[in-house]
Design a protein around this ligand. Structure first.
Ligand code: HEM
Length: 169
């Protein structure tokens, strides 16, 4: 696997400042997602103008915690289980990863470079994220105790926290 943590961080730092920053990247993510994969559009009830902020905060949290599996893994388990409520299917995950890779490539190519190494690192990271989310979505009952120990309900949400995607290690 070619997951280069430094490269992952550097590229995301660049993405946050180049070419309109995270807002432009996040908005483009949903624009392209709905163009390429129109069947997922009805699942989204929150408008892209709001939704993109959650996605970007979550990607940012994942990148920050990538070397802390004890923090990251339960966070991703909870997120995978929450996605069941959004009627997400396992087959959607590769599409979302493909879309994120494509928009990152577009975004970072405008002002700088997007290399094969960057692509390989992001692809590897997204495969891990997808795998861990899907694992929990497939067997939510297995993760009840782990989730409880991190303050999550069995459905992956948090009782008094409307922003469960924010990660506070
Ligand atoms: C890399 C994997 C993914 C990440 C990081 C991610 C991130 C997020 C975040 C942060 C939220 C906000 C709500 C919450 O945290 O519970 C969310 C909601 C949502 N996600 Fe994902 N997601 C991923 C994969 C997917 C996939 C594969 C689908 C399938 C289409 C999907 C569809 C949705 C939907 C429908 C919502 C609810 C939107 C609404 O409020 O209407 N996500 N996602």
């Amino acid at each position: 696997m070619s997951l280069d943590v430094n490269l992952l961080r550097e590229t995301f730092e660049r993405a946050k400042v180049e070419n309109g920053g995270a807002t432009a990247l996040g908005l483009r993510f949903y624009e392209r997602l709905f163009e390429k994969y129109p069947s997922v559009k009805p699942l989204f009830k929150t408008p892209p103008e709001e939704q993109h902020k959650k996605l970007m905060a979550s990607v940012s949290a994942i990148v920050a915690a990538v070397e802390k599996p004890d923090v990251l893994v339960p966070y991703l388990h909870a997120m995978g289980i929450r996605h069941l409520e959004y009627k997400t299917e396992n087959a959607h995950y590769p599409a979302v990863a493909e879309n994120l890779l494509a928009v990152l490539s577009e975004h970072l190519s405008k002002e700088g470079n997007w290399t094969e190494e960057m692509k390989a690192t992001w692809k590897a990271a997204l495969e891990v994220v997808n795998g861990v989310m899907i694992e929990a979505a497939d067997s939510p009952d297995k993760y009840k105790e782990e989730l409880a120990s991190k303050g999550f309900e069995p459905n992956g949400f948090k009782k008094n926290d409307p922003r469960p995607w924010v990660l506070t290690p």
